[in-house]
Design a protein around this ligand. Sequence first.
Ligand code: USQ
Length: 383
Amino acid sequence: MKILILGGDGYLGWPTAMRLSARGHEVAVADNYLRRKLCKEEDTAPLFEVPDLYERVRLWESLSGHKVRVFIGDLTQWDFMEEVFKSFSPEGIVHYAEQPSAPYSMLHRRAAIINTIQNNLLVTSNLIYAVKEFCPETHIVKIGTMGEYGTPNIDIEEGWLDVEYKGRKQRFLYPRQAGSLYHTTKIMDTDLLWFYVRTWGLRVTDLMQGPVYGLVTEETGEDELLMPFFNYDELFGTVLNRFVVQAVIGYPLTVYGGGGQIRGYLNIKDTLNCVRLSLENPAKQGELRIFNQFVETFSVNELAEKVQRVGQILGLKVEIKSIENPRVEAEEHYYNPSHTGLIELGLKPHLLTDEVLSQMIETVIKYKENINKDAIFRGVKWK
Ligand code: USQ
């Protein structure tokens, strides 16, 4: 299948490109290096230098024999979106091309309005128009987030809720109430896609993903030049990746508030398989299909305790420190989201075992010298 990955340079984009091309798909990636630019502006850097897309594509081809096409440009600009679609004609699209950080979206007005609202919603809107104009049968796989649902006091269904009210029934999108501006743009994406599914008959899969961890996939091996863009700083690092880096340099693990915040987590290897399974088993024309994309739930405290225990086995001195929560979020709450759709499609989860965690810690130890302590905590406040 011809697959276009929007946001092909990011933490998930590049590993997805390798995975799909290794499966025999014809892959193209598009990106404007926004993540790299924002990291530079905010004086933060990934754990190791990441070659640009052209270099990685050359290296990947020399090692695997698989070609990946590269388009560099800004997808919020219609002319660039049009150029990509005219020259590649995708049969499947993976849409990762968004500003993905909740803390970054709360940093200041420009981060909020230009780089989060404008960037995320314009890319999604241009994508919708491009599919309608050039390839209306193409399947869009959109990365959403479990954070769209928030932490309601009832079970979370997979995308939809059947409501019975005054004797009548209707199926609605599950109620969403996000905890950051970034997460709110993901709700808006879902609403845009759902409108155009109903109106123009697009075919869409929305993957409600939890926080992802890990830095090695089947295709990277131990080759750091192929590894993902791995952030550990407060703005762009996800919590478990951060805790592993903190453990390696003896920085007390930054548990926000009470640490009872529960989320659904998954290994980056599972992200790649969820996206692949969704593409290879597409939604129907005129369908918005929604899957909850995570494999197990943990509280922040549980994650911290796991990292502490496994770190200590490896000889690290790991302290846990609860700090005042910079975010506005529930620190104790009910959380029971369903997640059967991707398992039914064939997902075989990689769970967070002690072995997986100790491999992660050992990989990060190799880059210990690169870790910048000052990037770990800056306290971006929600209000
Ligand atoms: N947390 C800490 N200490 C830290 C960092 C985070 O206690 O040092 C807590 C947060 O307060 C939160 C939880 O850990 O309760 C998860 O935080 P996170 O930074 O790993 O995740 P989040 O900001 O929600 O965003 C990440 C990705 C985003 C994705 C989302 C999935 O950056 O792209 O959409 O995970 S979800 O969380 O399910 O919405």
